[in-house]
Write a protein that binds this ligand. Sequence first.
Ligand code: FES
Length: 236
Amino acid sequence: MKVKILRQDNQNTAPYWESFDVDLAKDMTIAGVLDNINYNDDVIDDKGNKTSRIGWECSCLQGMCGACAMVINGVPALACETMVRDLKGKEITIRPLQKFPVIHDLIVDRTIIHENLKKMNMYIGEYKSVQDKKLKKQEKEHEHQYEAAKCLKCGLCLEVCPNYVDGKSFFGALFANDCYLVSSRNQTRSNEIIQSYEEHFGKTCSKAFSCMEVCPMHIPTLASMAKINRQGFHRS
Ligand code: FES
């Protein structure tokens, strides 16, 4: 099968498409396809020309780290979780995430995600055990806190979000989930977090919810939004 990859040597050069003929097995993932292309000492394109290895990132290869996020046949997804058998069409196209600066080939710079979270002090801080009777009511929140905490910070939710633009003040679904997580676990910071949520998510989100469709961890962002809105309502 033909595999077309949008490549870019570095941040200062123009992107270009390169195609490869790959013997695909149905049970291969896209991570396997990229490995297959890179496997030989000489990487050969579909015209028989020698080329360089494809740059891409991975760590866990089991959908747990988010490093391999890219756009596969037009859909933002994790390469290690996307099976060839689930893709339609006669060729596979792979390109880097478009909302982040490209470093090399399929590797993008997602520093902005962590910078935004750091800027808003998005950490849980001191948290008392639920054994404390006053905090007993938080037990019922644990199930959703667990879901929200699964976020990989892979950036797929930002890639599909019509409101997210790199460098602007809207921080996207991953920020909304972290706001819920921090404010529900650290009561002393609730007011501050709810304000940040409004400023960097609530007032701009157009409720497209494509973020929930592509999230590899299936985080129910809508539920996080409902919960944090309820916290804000009870405080106002
Ligand atoms: S390599 Fe970790 S999520 Fe794909």
